[in-house]
Every structure is written in structure tokens, then in C-alpha cells.
Design a protein around this ligand. Structure first.
Ligand code: AHM
Ligand code: MG
Length: 335
């Protein structure tokens, strides 16, 4: 029989070698895994269990919520709030800090998550995902906003689960990136994609072209040069993908390279992009950098940004090193 490595076994063995590790982190990760397995089951059952469609409500950011946005948020909160491993949480679906109910013990970590990323895809049966970020917290005190608003470079762990043809978890604790496939028969995530790396070169880009007229000149220039193909300065043809689900785009880039952009948008300076720093851009940036890629706003490394709000939006340009660096170069050339 093949000796499969489960996610729990992998994390225990990885943590064993590290100084000052108590095992709490492994238990916390198991809580996240439990929640994601529940979400995977619901996403897979779809309308058999009546979870598709709009909830006819809006979240704090004025976005129409799907029923599953609310259900998956509740699953995450209820799986994480009682186990004693967290001091607090934050979610795309909730305005402020989500406290740990007073009857439960508090732990030394904070979890930030987007429970159902790409939820516009859910009703058309396309890929969605869960993104999470783990920060360390001061012990013994109720966490404040200051405890949450920390640079992405301070994350101790980041991951996402892609609910696609297979359910996959991709994880980093700052020692490379590993991918695990959910074996539905035994209910365990199994290590199937060890040491994932992003090739530095690519000929594939992902951007929502319908926003083209709102992009800044450096992004206009980059995409125009890609579209010119062999007849332009790049002297090669490019391919394009847009899944409208960041988890699926990042997973594709982790497996075959590529570049993904939701760039600065000139429409509304108060919303400098679509994606949220704390629970979308930061965890993805940690994963992408650990796999050898680059993640930038075009002007600044995402992981170096000083956060100003839980739901702050930022421009995101991530993926294969040489291409992201080229676009950053175009931004710098502009001055
Ligand atoms: P969401 O968190 O509300 O689902 O929004 C984030 C998603 C990303 O996964 C994806 O890259 C992007 O929104 C797609 O946006 P668009 O619908 O403009 O193509
Ligand atoms: Mg999202």
C-alpha cells in the first residue's frame, strides 16, 4: 500500500524541527481543515441542499451576498471560535473584528479569511475557494485593530482551498509551498504537490479585459505588448485566461506559471483595486513568493504594505518573476 502523507502528519513533522513550537499551530490548522472540508462538501452538494443563489443581502463592502457567502462564513467562525487556538478573527463578510465568545479560552493566533472567494462563480458551477491568513497575537489581551493591521511579511501561515474538480489545499508556513488533495473516501488532505514552484518565464496572462479603459499606462503598455505577439516587441505570442476566481488563477500559476492582475483602477481612487489586502492579497503574496514568484501593487511589494483597514483594497500583480518585474519596471519608468 502506498504510504500517503496526510496534511496533519506533514505539518507535525515540519513543525517538529522548529524551536519553541507547542503544537497549538498544528491544532489550529486542523480547525481550518475541518471547516474547509465542510465547505467542500456543501459546494459539492450545491442545490441538492439548497445552498445556491443570492441571499438578497449586502456585505459591509456593499457587495450582494450569495447564500453560500453567509453559510461559509458561519462555518469558518463556528469551527474556529471555541477551540482555544485563536484570539480573534476577521472575515470579508463581517465589518469589524470577530471576537472569541467570552465562554471560550483565547489562544495566541489571529485568523483572517475570505470564506468563499470568487463567489460570483458559484451559481454557474465554476471554481471557488477559501483563502486564509494566520498572524501571531499578543497573549492575554483582547486583540485590537492594531493587532490585526500588520504587514503581510509577519504572517506565520497562509493558505487557500480550491473547490475545483478536486478539492486542493495549498499551504505555506514560510518554508516553501505544498499542495494537498482531499481524498473524499478517507476525509483527509494528502500531500500530492510537494515543493510547488512558479517558473520565472511565462507566456500567459490573466486580467479582466472589460476594465481596460480604466487601467494606468504601465498596465496598458504591458497588455498591448502581449497582444502584439510575435509581431511586437515581445516577439512571442501570449495566451490569456480569466476565471474570475483568484484561487483558481493562483493555483494555475503555481502549476504552470503565468501572471494575474487586478490592477489599479482609475474609476475610484478610494478603491485602489478590487482585491482586499488582509485576506486576499497578503496570503496569496506569501504563497506566491514562497513558490519563487513575485507579488506587487506595481509600485510596492504587497508583503511590505502598511495596512490601514481590515477591508482595504489594493492593486495586485502576481506570478512569474520575470513578467511581474517587467510590469513593475514599466510603473517605475513612468515615475
Ligand atoms: P470576491 O471575494 O467578492 O469573490 O471577489 C474577488 C474575486 C477574485 O477571486 C477574482 O479574481 C475577482 O473577484 C474577479 O473579479 P471580476 O468579477 O471583476 O472579474
Ligand atoms: Mg474574495
Amino acid at each position: 500500500m502506498t504510504n500517503h502523507v496526510t496534511l496533519t502528519q506533514f505539518i507535525i513533522e515540519q513543525q517538529r524541527g522548529l524551536p519553541g513550537v507547542s503544537g497549538t499551530f498544528t491544532l489550529l490548522l486542523n480547525d481550518v481543515v475541518t471547516a474547509c472540508k465542510k465547505i467542500s462538501h456543501l459546494v459539492n452538494r450545491g442545490n441538492l441542499v439548497g445552498v445556491l443563489g443570492s441571499a438578497e443581502s449586502e456585505n459591509v463592502q456593499g457587495e450582494v451576498q450569495k447564500k453560500l457567502d453567509i453559510i461559509t462564513n458561519d462555518i469558518m467562525v463556528e469551527a474556529l471560535n471555541w477551540t482555544g487556538h485563536l484570539a480573534g478573527m476577521a472575515s470579508e463578510e463581517i465589518d469589524g473584528i470577530i471576537p472569541i465568545p467570552s465562554q471560550y479560552p483565547k489562544g495566541k493566533y489571529l485568523a483572517l479569511f475570505d470564506p468563499l472567494d470568487g463567489s460570483s462563480n458559484i451559481d454557474v458551477n465554476l471554481a471557488v475557494g477559501t483563502i486564509f491568513s494566520i498572524l501571531r497575537c499578543r497573549e492575554g489581551a483582547e486583540p485590537t485593530m492594531e493587532d490585526f493591521l500588520r504587514k503581510g511579511s509577519e504572517q506565520v501561515c497562509a493558505g487557500f482551498v480550491l473547490y475545483g474538480p478536486s478539492t486542493m489545499m495549498v499551504l505555506t508556513t514560510g518554508h516553501g509551498v505544498n499542495g494537498f488533495t482531499l481524498d473524499q473516501d478517507i476525509g483527509e488532505f494528502i500531500l500530492t504537490h510537494p515543493a510547488m514552484t512558479i517558473p520565472a518565464e511565462t507566456s500567459e496572462f490573466a486580467i479582466n479585459m472589460s476594465n481596460q479603459r480604466f487601467w494606468e499606462p504601465p498596465v496598458q503598455r504591458y497588455i498591448e505588448e502581449c497582444l502584439q505577439g510575435t509581431e511586437g516587441v515581445r516577439e512571442k505570442d501570449f495566451n490569456m485566461r480569466w476565471i474570475a476566481s483568484m484561487v483558481a488563477e493562483v493555483y494555475r500559476i503555481l502549476t504552470r506559471g503565468g501572471i494575474f492582475m487586478y490592477p489599479y483602477d482609475l474609476r475610484d481612487p478610494s478603491r485602489a483595486g478590487k482585491l482586499r489586502l488582509m485576506y486576499e492579497a497578503n496570503p496569496m503574496a506569501f504563497i506566491v513568493e514562497q513558490a519563487g514568484g513575485v507579488c506587487s501593487t506595481g509600485r510596492e511589494r504587497i508583503l511590505d504594505m502598511n495596512p490601514t483597514g481590515l477591508h482595504q483594497r489594493v492593486p495586485v500583480i502576481l506570478g512569474s518573476k520575470n513578467e511581474v518585474e517587467r510590469i513593475v519596471g514599466y510603473h517605475l519608468a513612468k515615475g
